[in-house]
Unconditional design. Structure first.
Length: 205
């Protein structure tokens, strides 16, 4: 019995040594033949924009920032208006604070305008048009998503729901820069998104 255990233990140890040796070998050969800078810097994608496109796709930005049209299987993103925010030509739904507090959340069929106890919010135009991100710097974009500040400016209001900046802001600097680079590369769409209507703070009890 004890010999079997000894054998098993030594087999495991040998196995571990092999694994360690393999890893060491892999490290040495990786160091000798470094991967091309492009794949190493862009999350495995060929360019910063492609990496950003991937992050925007998995980050669900189209879900809220691209207007929807009805298709055979329900609402689908209207990619001719990709990431252009709540369409200006659609009248903003009226905001009734009492109703919002009582009924909770409502959303337009474009899934770009939201009504809740916080007020009315409209998904922003993220395209590189002057009505979107054209005038933004990279630093502003990062500040906006890290700190939840409208337009990434210190004295501006906080971003309101349902913009999930608390999660998106946890992207690394490299990821946020890639998202910004991608957004700067997409077709610009002229669309002045309505201003948010901010509900009065609830009365203190
Ligand atoms: C669940 C819906 C939702 C998702 C998902 C979403 N957003 Fe938003 N986003 C909004 C809304 C609504 C606003 C407007 C908030 C406000 O006015 O306070 C907004 C605002 C923004 C702003 C601020 C614009 C400004 O003028 O300050 C940026 C930048 C932004 N979103 C980027 C993104 C990116 C990038 C993604 C994906 C990684 C994303 N959003 C995903 C709903 C969403």
């Amino acid at each position: 019995m004890s010999t079997k255990i000894m054998l098993a233990v030594s087999a495991v140890i040998t196995g571990l040594c092999v694994i360690v040796a393999c890893n060491e070998g892999a490290e040495t050969s990786a160091a000798e033949t470094p991967a091309p800078a492009t794949t190493a810097s862009f999350g495995g994608y060929e360019s910063q924009e492609k990496w950003g496109e991937h992050l925007v796709t998995i980050g669900g930005c189209n879900d809220c920032h691209t207007p929807k049209k009805m298709g055979p299987n329900g609402p689908e993103p209207d990619m001719s208006q990709m990431l252009s925010g709540h369409p200006a030509q659609q009248p903003p739904p009226p905001f009734d604070q009492k109703e919002a507090a009582a009924k909770g959340l409502a959303v337009t069929q474009t899934l770009t305008a939201w009504i809740g106890p916080w007020g009315n919010t409209y998904a922003a135009n993220l395209t590189p048009d002057s009505t979107g991100l054209a005038g933004w710097t990279e630093a502003q974009f990062i500040k906006c998503l890290r700190e939840g500040k409208s337009k990434g400016l210190d004295n501006n209001r906080p971003l309101l729901p349902p913009m999930p900046w608390q999660e998106i802001g946890q992207m690394t600097d490299g990821e946020l820069k890639a998202v910004f680079a991608y957004l700067k590369s997409i077709p610009p769409v002229k669309n002045v998104v309505p201003e948010a209507v901010i509900a009065a703070a609830p009365a203190a009890k």
